[in-house]
Ligand binder design. Structure first.
Ligand SMILES: [Zn+2]
Length: 329
């Protein structure tokens, strides 16, 4: 059953189910949660619940309507993503136009508008107009990572549903159930790396060379304290080239320092993110807890700069030099 397949979002599911049961479905919902946490999947299950041929609150997941919605091929359940970095006004206008026609086959048309925190001002104003007078048979589901950057007038017209990260244990159970052939170490590793995101876990799970890639990164992390400036610049250049993967590299680097810190405190391998790297962590634990904290802060600072579109290579160089210096204090 689709609702049961929505992993670890008990609160959000409860809100949406209650709306169905009490026949108080809002015109617009805003699902807030980090990237990969499963906002779009939840939106589709809700669209199924609104349209399933078998049930009015518990979608069957099996009927033609449910299947079409899941596959994204239902003519009345439309998902819109930003084209490029931001959602453009033309996209919202198209949506508005589509809403003006009547439904092809749905009881309730559903428009899923992703990443509304990435809208141009014009697009946001246009969306506001859509929200002001939606047709009766339309439910709008907006998704965003954060409410920051969304017009307050948009927020006030939506019911906000927060989606929390999935706990490590729930994610592990899910992965083990879905991948019965995975050894427990792999389940633990991927669940830890996925950081509460089911989408990320699935993506990591498909990466055959994950282990090799990780080892290569840890080889580099280990050397940061002993590297000369020129080598650090080389590392920065190399990481800059990973583009999409860069945020994962920095996240991994964060877990490296976090693991060293945990080891310093516990003197054993329990609670390590990268329990497969126990020996390396042990060897690197010559720095103090304070140095670990400073290092993590330094990485967080770099991540912040990169989110603000700073020069990638420069931000990485500064970060690596600082990490190097912190470890020598
Ligand atoms: Zn169904």
């Amino acid at each position: 059953m689709p609702w049961e397949d929505v992993i670890g979002k008990i609160q959000a599911v409860k809100i949406l189910r209650n709306a169905l049961i009490s026949h108080h479905v809002a015109h617009a919902y805003l699902l807030i949660g980090q990237k990969g946490v499963g906002k779009r999947y939840l939106a589709r299950v809700f669209a199924q619940a609104l349209n399933c041929e078998e049930s009015k609150e518990n979608p069957c997941g099996q009927c033609l309507t449910c299947l079409k919605i899941l596959q994204g091929s239902h003519p009345d359940v439309i998902t819109i993503h930003p084209e490029g970095k931001t959602m453009k006004i033309e996209q919202v206008r198209e949506l508005q136009k589509a809403m003006g026609y009547s439904a092809f086959e749905a009881r309730q048309r559903v428009y899923i508008v992703c990443e509304v925190d990435k809208m141009t001002k014009e697009a946001a104003n246009s969306l506001l107009k859509v929200l002001e007078e939606p047709p009766k048979d339309v439910v709008l589901i907006l998704t965003a990572v954060q409410t920051e950057g969304i017009l307050p007038t948009i927020l006030s017209r939506c019911q906000i549903v927060s989606i929390h990260d999935i706990s490590l244990e729930v994610l592990k159970q899910f992965l083990q159930r879905e991948n019965t052939n995975w050894p427990p170490e792999k389940v633990h590793l991927i669940a830890s790396l996925a950081d509460g995101c089911i989408g990320k876990a699935q993506q990591l799970g498909q990466n055959e060379s994950l282990e090799q890639e990780r080892n290569a990164y840890f080889d580099i992390f280990e050397k940061i304290p002993f590297s000369k400036e020129a080598s650090l610049f080389n590392i920065a250049a190399q990481w800059e080239g990973t583009k999409e993967g860069l945020s994962d590299v920095l996240e991994l680097l964060c877990t490296w320092y976090r693991d060293i810190m945990i080891y310093k405190i516990t003197h054993n391998g329990t609670g390590l993110f990268n329990s497969d790297q126990y020996e390396r962590v042990q060897k690197a634990a010559v720095i103090s807890v304070e140095q670990c904290v400073l290092s993590i802060d330094t990485i967080k600072e770099a991540q912040k700069k990169l989110r603000r579109n700073a020069n990638v290579q420069l931000a990485l160089e500064v970060m690596l030099i600082q990490l190097n210096q912190i470890s020598r204090r």
